[in-house]
Design a protein around this ligand. Sequence first.
Ligand SMILES: [Zn+2]
Ligand SMILES: [Zn+2]
Length: 253
Amino acid sequence: MKIRVLGAFGAEGLGQRPTSFLVDDRILIDAGTVGGALTMSEQTLIEHALISHSHLDHVAGLAFLTETLAFSEMRKPLTVASLGPVMHALRSGIFNNLGWPDFSEIPPEAPVMQYRTLVEEAEQRVGDCWVTPVPVTHTVPTSGFIVHDGSSGFIFSGDTGPTEALWRAAKGLRGLRAAIVECAFPNRMSKLADVAKHLTPNLLRRELDKLPPDLPIWIYHIKPQFYDEVVDELSTIDPARLVILEQDKTYTI
Ligand SMILES: [Zn+2]
Ligand SMILES: [Zn+2]
């Protein structure tokens, strides 16, 4: 399984793109950026977008992708998938003909995208993968995902503060190779992390105890303005196990 990092930041900075990963060229996991990282022809290969939540650093690229696809003759219908409350937030808060056109109705004869509501904590087929969505702890309805291709898989935390159900759902899963976990703020901003439901390096350290001890942890969603500080603090936590994901790099599991 190939995981290409289109963006791994918790916002946008100069040359620093918001959160988006592309699995095996066909499945997006979040879409904070898409067109800023892929060619037109690469974008037309995308068939599914798993969306953790409706915050713009996870969906801004989906808005522009749908428009790009609308003008493409090569496109296949794009399926946008998540838990029910996340789908509701996307429909009512983003693709509502105010924030952006409702591309589930455009063009009428062959809409660019279709919505798919996933079943909570159940494994279901998405493209060539098996996906289990599990609610996590954030300020708006948010899903983490466990993604598996039958031989190997990974956990994606979505934006979350300290959480339980996602780690529990992945317990005992064979072929688990990595957990992609957020870390947004430095330790000195723990009050804000608590209110905004994000992790700091200290909070992350406690989450690691809930995961298998040898599972590699891939960090994403560091806020660009605090990048050096957070990386510095993360370097004190198990360097053999922690990897800070690099934009534009493809990781194979
Ligand atoms: Zn975010
Ligand atoms: Zn968020």
